[in-house]
Design a protein around this ligand. Structure first.
Ligand SMILES: C[S@@+](CC[C@H](N)C(=O)[O-])C[C@H]1O[C@@H](n2cnc3c(N)ncnc32)[C@H](O)[C@@H]1O
Length: 248
């Protein structure tokens, strides 16, 4: 293990002590404040252990979570997919938006976050897996087209062809025209806004988030072909539909 990684892990062990020195967190009273404190500690520890996977040092704020959820229409039938739910702020916002907990399918890579999510959202389907391999991750879980995909994945840590592949896979698993919702701290969008197969629109910047963020929504154009993937990607795994998972 590199010295850098060792130093990060040593610091991760001290995270609760370090966080106690933040007056903003100390001053919060009651269970909600304590829960938020615990989540910040969990998140910071996860970021110190795997910075590129965690992608942020702190969970999303309520306003950003609410903005993400506002693009989901709870009246559209089918599961709602959440990629990279972390400690669950966006999950909570989706439930507040009117999406029943048992419609949620949460795909999270970090096993500690998965345990926490199981406790917090017992009716949701929690999948511990790699969201960039979405078909495989959802093979046993998804039985009908999804109503929306809400992603907090740190897309910029992946090459563009992997991001585009994820977008294709998500759209293949959803109703035509359903939204792929993604937030980013970056000034530029995480996926091109002018795709031949999809349309894109961005929210206003959410300044009341640390750091400020923007939400992008990508919808497949009517009539665009399914599984029209970027060149160079494996086509063999693309033959399965949501109704026939055994074909993947
Ligand atoms: C920026 S955090 C967002 C967490 C939470 N949604 C929020 O808004 O506070 C990104 C999350 O994506 C998860 N993640 C990263 N790569 C992943 C992957 N390949 N598959 C599933 N989850 C992943 C991380 O573990 C982390 O929980």
């Amino acid at each position: 293990m590199s010295t850098n990684a060792q130093q990060r892990l040593a610091f991760a062990a001290k995270v609760p002590i370090v966080l106690q020195s933040f007056p903003r967190l100390q001053s919060r009273k009651g269970p909600a404040g304590l829960e938020r404190f615990d989540d910040e500690a969990r998140f910071l520890r996860s970021w110190l252990e795997r910075p590129l996977v965690t992608g942020a040092v702190t969970p999303s704020g309520k306003l950003l979570a609410r903005t993400m959820a506002s693009y989901v229409d709870p009246r559209v039938p089918g599961p709602v997919l959440e990629l990279g739910p972390g400690t669950g702020p966006v999950t909570q916002a989706l439930i507040r938006r009117g999406v029943a907990e048992d419609r949620l399918v949460l795909v999270e890579y970090n096993p500690d976050f998965c345990k926490l999510l199981k406790r917090r959202f017992p009716k949701a389907a929690i999948v511990q897996g790699d969201a960039y391999d979405l078909r495989e991750a959802l093979r046993e879980v998804l039985r009908e087209p999804a109503a929306a995909t809400v992603s907090s994945l740190p897309l910029f840590t992946k090459p563009m062809e992997v991001r585009l592949s994820l977008l294709q896979d998500a759209h293949d698993l959803m109703h035509p025209g359903a939204p792929f919702i993604q937030f980013t701290y970056a000034v530029v969008p995480p996926l091109p806004t002018r795709g031949a197969d999809y349309t894109a629109s961005g929210s206003n910047r959410v300044w009341l988030n640390l750091p400020p963020a923007r939400v992008w929504v990508y919808r497949r154009r009517a009539g665009s072909p399914k599984r029209d993937r970027p060149k160079g990607l494996d086509a063999a795994s693309l033959s399965a539909g949501v109704d026939s998972p055994s074909r993947t």
